[in-house]
Design a protein around this ligand. Structure first.
Ligand SMILES: [Zn+2]
Ligand SMILES: [Zn+2]
Length: 824
């Protein structure tokens, strides 16, 4: 193969077509999964193959992951970078309904299109390990996982009030309800329905899911989102005795305020309401309960402006004071949270205080702000001293909470409790496009799991798969399919007709990738040991409490059942940012959607990749503006031009050598931390310097063979490492340059360049730090520090910290290499 080419100008289409073909021919992206000595599992979130094709958000996510993977490979790892398609689910089904094409025809077409687009982007994907969740060879094992949970007692069926989206015509997980609205239908209020559903007992794992977070190398924002979603609160269940002999149990995180509880409130659906209601109050109570039933969830959860409620005409006994307190029902108390009952402490709770004022109920102060008697009520902070609380007067809230709990426990009136916001995962969907839940109902045997040897339960073809209002899956229309003999006794029985939640499909796909060659097991033990847990996972934070929580849960269960040797699937997770267009989120209605194909066709994949990464810090995202892309292209053109001027015996100016080592150091460190934008900026600076040095130092130097252009020559030693630094960002381009430098093997078989720390050391400059415009400190930093680092270093400085105290930083003004002003 010729290594000398006509220099010409950079033609991205030609270069990219050529290298895509060659990668395929040479198997450049293949990994020997069974034997790779230095495995590095570089995972990206597999896409849902929409009919619109690859979204620029997908490309942004994948390219950022790919750069990381290619870099790791250059550092000597065997990088496994698989991809697949999350192709079941309501998104796909809804779209199929809209365009009136069966999903079984639509989805393969979408996948083919995605695959083509993904290839164009130049990802280092191991295509031979592709998975699709709709493939029976895949969902056989999704069903197998359901059975594992069922056999472990972690999958159960119960009738429960569930979230029902009238648009989706199916139930939703709590995680799919955003402030009372459907995640997919932001205009549609989710209602409540009582349906028989399958649940996974994820709540049993709440504490472990929380504790393990501390051990994970994850983005803080993602860990915080999970922590909040798990929602651990410590407190106590308190018993308020009633005349019917059964107590009202309330959960409170503030047992220290029980002396101030002047009434209790039950959810209108609470089972004790019926028996507690006094005869003369019955008409009012029943009317209120009917009204609450018709209300949508958002109003009930967020709470209407006007507090409403009805007195039952009955009283309960405050366990601390022994006094009788009235029992009310009110719609803001929900049966599904806690015990469906609360104690009202109007002196120290906003909502209870409003309620007391509306209905003229007594307000008692039981906490004084520390060191300041009196003050307005309600007083809600945890910092304070108890009053009007008998023997507990004078204690701080923090001391009183456990003391009061213990005291009431001694009298059988309390139990210390930890409560979680995380509820069991409802996985039934009354839809068609998903894996059937592998369960059979027999009149004699009850619930019978489908035997493993009978898996997969294949999703049957069904012409009319449109969901309806009935709350029953479309599969219930196919009698020939759901009527089956009972696997246990042979009697006539029927299949479960619900399918499982798409999030079950994606809760284990990363376990499947290395093992796609095996049909007889979901994941091979040896391969799993070699490749998992996933070394690095990069994806969107919108999945923080959905996919990422479910994947952790399923991994924990499989670990506990002896199928996996680890209980956390993702050692490292980084959340990437989002791309907006002209300051707004991309959406069809705004008409600001960027279609990647057009940009790739015009500019080439490499320019597009680099441009996306240059928009802003990868973990924050950026604003897509058409103007910027030509700057990246110009940069690649300049590097292309340098190639023509490479000479083995050109002089190496000292400044260029120093800059090279600094650039190697910086680009490596930036890629490690996913600061791709500043890495690109460093390479640009370096190329500018090479150009300048070249012109100044070697003006007029004659070079090259006859007939070729004459120009300043650049030492090969200064260019070769640059091509390696560029390779993760612009892989096709780098391959072409590498070949032009005379290499026969892929640039990705070379090694990341080393730098000399002595040469790479920057001169330090003084950065002035101001707080609210006043000089408060000086820092010695490397020149050209990026803003986030400059601000971080300023904040970390001892003296500066004193002036910030615990105040919030509202704004930071940064003048590079001069000053940082923190506005607090
Ligand atoms: Zn919906
Ligand atoms: Zn049976």
């Amino acid at each position: 193969m010729a290594t000398q080419h006509d220099a010409g100008s950079y033609d991205p289409q030609a270069v990219e077509t050529r290298w895509r073909a060659r990668w395929q021919e040479r198997g450049t992206n293949r990994v020997a999964v069974a034997t790779a000595p230095r495995p590095y599992y570089n995972l990206m979130m597999f896409p849902y193959p929409s009919a619109e094709g690859l979204h620029v958000g997908n490309v942004f996510a994948f390219v950022g992951t790919d750069i990381h993977g290619r870099y790791r490979r250059l550092r000597g790892h065997d990088v496994f970078e698989p991809i697949g398609f999350d192709a079941f689910g309501i998104h796909s089904e809804n779209y199929a309904l809209k365009v009136n094409t069966h999903p079984s025809q639509l989805i393969p077409r979408n996948i083919a299109r995605f695959r083509e687009q993904l290839r164009r982007v130049g990802l280092m994907v191991s295509w031979e390990h592709e998975v699709s969740t709709t493939d029976p060879a895949y969902y056989r094992w999704t069903q197998w996982i359901f059975l594992q949970l069922y056999q472990a007692g972690l999958a159960y069926k119960k009738a429960a009030p569930v979230n029902w989206c009238p648009e989706c015509k199916t139930v939703l997980a709590n995680e799919q309800v955003i402030n009372g609205y459907c995640e997919r239908h932001p205009e549609t209020l989710v209602t409540q329905r009582v349906l028989e559903q399958w649940f996974f007992a994820i709540a049993k794992y709440a504490q472990r899911l929380l504790d393990n977070l501390e051990t994970l190398d994850w983005s803080d924002s993602t860990r915080t989102a999970q922590r909040n979603w798990i929602g651990r609160s410590e407190g106590a269940e308190l018993r308020f005795e009633t005349p019917i002999g059964e107590p009202i149990v309330v959960f409170t995180t503030r047992p220290d305020t029980v002396f101030g509880a002047t009434w209790v409130v039950l959810a209108p659906e609470h089972p004790l309401v019926e028996r507690l209601t006094a005869d003369e109050r019955r008409p009012a109570v029943n009317a209120y309960r009917r009204q609450a039933q018709d209300m949508d969830l958002v109003t009930r959860k967020v709470g209407a402006k006007e507090k409403t409620g009805v007195f039952l005409g009955a009283y309960a006994r405050n366990p601390a004071t022994g006094e009788s307190v009235p029992i009310w029902i009110a719609d803001y108390v929900l049966m599904e949270y806690g015990t469906g009952a609360i104690m009202a402490v109007p002196g120290h709770d906003e909502r209870d205080h409003e309620f007391a004022q509306t209905f003229g109920l007594p307000i008692v102060r039981v906490v004084e702000p520390t060191g300041a008697a009196g003050g307005a009520l309600p007083y809600t902070p945890w910092e304070g001293t108890l009053v009007n609380s008998g023997r507990f007067d004078g204690m701080t809230c923090a001391e009183a909470a456990p003391a009061i709990t213990r005291w009431l426990e001694g009298r059988g009136l309390a139990t210390g409790r930890v409560q979680y916001r995380l509820h069991d995962w409802c996985i039934s969907r009354q839809r068609y496009w998903g894996p059937p839940i592998p369960i059979i109902y027999c009149d004699r045997c009850g619930i019978v799991p489908v035997p493993e040897r009978d898996l997969p339960v294949v999703l049957p073809p069904l012409e009319n798969y449109r969901p309806d209002e009935s709350g029953v899956s479309p599969l219930a229309r196919l009698e020939s399919w759901y009527r089956v003999p009972c696997p246990a006794c042979g009697a006539a029985a029927r299949r479960e007709t619900d399918v499982s939640d798409t999030f079950l499909d994606s809760a284990w796909y990363f376990l499947r990738y290395p093992s796609t060659e095996f049909d007889d097991r979901p994941f091979d033990a040896d391969l799993t040991r070699r490749w998992l847990p996933v070394t690095s996972y990069i994806g969107g934070n919108e999945h923080a409490v959905l996919h990422l929580m479910y994947a952790r849960f399923v991994t924990m269960v499989l670990h506990d059942l002896g199928h996996l040797g680890f209980d956390e699937p993702f050692a490292r997770f980084r959340a990437h940012g989002t791309i907006v267009k002209d300051g707004a989120k991309m959406s069809k209605s705004r008409g600001n959607v960027v279609v990647p194909d057009e940009y790739i066709a015009q500019w080439g994949a490499d320019t597009f990749r680099m441009y996306l990464m240059f928009l802003g810090p990868y973990q924050e995202g950026g604003d897509f503006r058409d103007e910027g892309i030509s700057g990246i292209r110009r940069f690649l053109d300049r590097v292309w031009g340098l190639m023509t001027d490479v000479s083995p015996d050109a002089a190496i100016p000292e400044a260029a050598r120093r800059k090279l080592h600094q650039t190697i150091r910086k680009v490596g460190a930036d890629i490690e931390e996913l600061r791709y934008n500043t890495g690109i900026a460093a390479m640009m600076e370096y190329v500018n310097l090479l150009r300048r040095e070249g012109q100044e130092g070697q003006e007029g130097q004659k070079r090259g063979a006859e007939g070729q252009r004459e120009g300043p020559s650049v030492a090969r030693e200064l260019v070769e490492p640059l091509i390696l630094l560029l390779a993760p960002f612009a892989p096709h381009f780098a391959e072409e340059c590498w070949e032009r430098l005379g290499h026969e093997r892929s640039v990705f078989e070379a090694s990341w360049p080393a730098f000399d720390p002595e040469l790479a050391r920057d001169a330090e400059i003084e950065l002035v730090v101001q707080v609210n415009g006043k000089v408060r400190g000086r820092l010695l930093v490397s020149p050209g520090l990026a803003e986030p680092e400059a601000v971080a270093q300023a904040r970390a400085d001892e003296t500066v910290r004193k002036f910030i105290g615990d105040k919030q930083i509202r704004k930071a003004i940064y003048v590079p290499d001069r000053l940082v002003n923190l506005v607090v």
